[in-house]
Ligand binder design. Sequence first.
Ligand code: MCN
Length: 861
Amino acid sequence: MTTIEDRPDVAEGPAPEIGQPRKRKEDAHLLTGRTTWTDNLTLPGMVHLAILRSPMAHARITSIDVSGALERPGVLAAYSGRDFAEIQGNIPCAWPVTPDMVNPGHPSLAVEEVNHVGEAVAVVVGRDKASAQDALEAIDIDYEQLPVVLDMEAALAPDSALVHAHTESNRSYTWIFDSGAAGTGAPIDEVLGQAEVTVSRRFLQQRLIPAFMEPRSTVVQPNGEGFTMWSATQVPHILRTMLSLTLNVPEHKVRVIAPDVGGGFGGKLQVTPEEVITALVARKLGKPAKYTESRSESLMSAHHGRDQIQDITITARRDGTVTGLDVHLYADMGAYLRLVSPGVPVLGAFMFNSIYKFDAYRFVCEGVFTNKTPTDAYRGAGRPEATYAIERIMDELATELGMDRMELRRKNWIRHEEFPFTTVAGLTYDSGNYEAATDRALELIGWEDLVAEQAERQARQDPVRLGLGISTFTEMCGLAPSRVLGALSYAAGGWENASIRVLATGKVEVVTGVSPHGQGHETAWSQIVADQLGVPFEDVEVIHGDTQSSPKGLDTYGSRSLAVGGIAVVHAADKVVAKARRIAAHMLEASEDDLEFAGGAFSVRGAPGNSKSIQEIAFAAFAAHDLPDGMEPSLDADATFDPDNFSFPHGTHLCAVEVDTETGVATIRKYVCVDDIGTVINPLIVDGQVHGGLAQGIAQALYEEAIYDEEGNLTTGTFVDYLLPSAADLPSFTTDRTVSRATSNPLGVKGVGEAGTIASTPSIVNAIVDALRPWGVNDVQMPCTPERVWRAIHQGAEKSGRDPGGTVSWGGASTTTSDGSTVGPLDGSTSETADGSTSGTSDGSTSGTSDGPSASEGDQL
Ligand code: MCN
């Protein structure tokens, strides 16, 4: 594969744009409120929708009468699922991961049954939103309650109640990868049988909510046979095709526009019931219609992410050589399969082995239905979950072996001279340098000093302990080679398209098939084109997010836009330059081979004064007075790129977390990440992407969790209960990069959009567990809230007979904390240890008693 250095045709402008920290072109209009959010759109005669949602997690709809709503002022129409039963189709699922996968079908408006709280059951159409909303209470609906299924393991029991009465069980699918059968390694059972050391853990990936800034919103304008939809979506192209199939409308009669979109994080990689309902209503009434969800509706009904039980066993030799990995996942699909729900955990199958080499690997994933909101892609989609499990268990293995955690990783990771490397999961990693990224991260964080401080705090029984967190990672992104996606049973491909038009005046329009919603593609694509064509950055306009103006594309997710869409731009630029070269040769009466292209101009080699700029050539191509024989006028080109491999960014994330053992509060003191994403187009954008990703990964470790009560009600249905961190909750991050160029594309770029989220969660939890090891703690369930950390200390102390609080006495003496309150276990059980301690002295120092742990116990304490 060629690299940019190998390519003589790439313009060498005086100041290459690639690599410059350009401020984002997009931001001026975003920051000054000159945006077009979908909800800002108003069309003549537009009606407004409000949706009635199920208050029950599982119930039969015994009767529904919407006529009461029709009598309310300002109401034009009201419909239940029964009104649309014949025409609404099912919300599509594009990833049948196994041939026997059970897909129960998902009508946009429930007809017979509701299967999760928040499911849409009826829609009211008003002259304004308030009238429609108010009339929802006039709908008369009776439910017959059905048993609620919430626990995944219980759901798989033969005697479990069924989420969907017409299915045989609550299992959607079982997907298996076995290195023995696949020929990528040894059979796992042999390795398990002979293992010198085996460590098994159960990790829980709590359910998360992709809390994008702009709630979902849709406007539909009916238009003859078809319609135009504006939607706050990440995937206008996928949406168009899927709407056409779902609603049986010819695809060429459907136009989808994603105007400004305020974030998605995977949550808008979807064909939503709300989009379908809005289209149904608009077409039925022949009027433009708008639906915008409230924040509470969004938290309850937009798809959720994660929610897996991970049973993982790692085997090793006593010298620390990892020999095998056995993973069993339960993945909560929620009540229905959405667009890519089943494929999300399956993507993780290729990442549990991460950066490590070992012989045997098995991955079994069971997709399970429950009476909860469906799950689907959320930033990282399968890869953060896998990275969490392997990085947590590597720490546990190191502890079991009594080995330094970093040494264990070094011993097992792929060394940089071994690339390209085909892993036990069957992927070929093209490039990377884990040593370089790790060494740089260790240096930046000042690891040795932190280790010394940790020991010193332990020695003096400081109630605030220091935990050091490690996470090394890689991910497969740049989704992706269409052939591989096809082999994984994904319905679509992974190519991307771009076209470039050099206009008569030399200004450039770039049409891209990706659909940014916060990633800054307009800026990055302008930088790429500026370098490729030698035109000013300011002269490039990027057009996206409208199936009419950018008709070919597969949109933005999976950190694919640069490594696939950006490369399509490069190939389109190559074609433009090739055409321009022919015109230039004609104009300069020279041979094409004698022309040099640099700084946006072709000149005759050896006669630099004899040149034509790309702008002059563009005008000549427009005027078409004297083009080479047979050449079509205009300077433009179109290219589609389908990479032959994923891109494999990697990195090392390290952190120091202070854990107050008296309150359980964990505070991040330092966070350093060194990512390797190949060539960087725009370091400012990349830092922004990493910062945002870190915030989300840290939020999983410390704050966020979607919680259902035993009746299936979402108890975290507002931002009061669902703890989305603000900037003030996060530390300043230290970011740096190493560069191992991707070999699967000519720029050498790898994706970055998910990196921070993938790597940060295990780094934080590893740090917290590290701080609590003295109490025998070997796991803390996420999110590591103060209560959970406090409990872990006290339960660990109880089991190990150690002091829970860095105290002056332990083992039975009854004392109080420094503020005078008595500390006891939160589960109500009695523990002598729990209240048998005092906290540190007022100056923060503590001392051990003669029967307490002594500083000489070193790393134990
Ligand atoms: N970039 C770069 N150099 C690199 C890699 C990337 O300059 N070597 C730049 C790209 O040019 C692009 C940005 O970084 O401007 C992200 O590129 P990429 O890694 O290709 O990711 P995508 O553009 O495909 O974005 C998808 C990714 C995903 S999967 C989620 S989820 C996510 C994310 O992006 N959701 C986001 N970042 C988000 N950022 C915002 N503001 N909002 C979201 O919803």
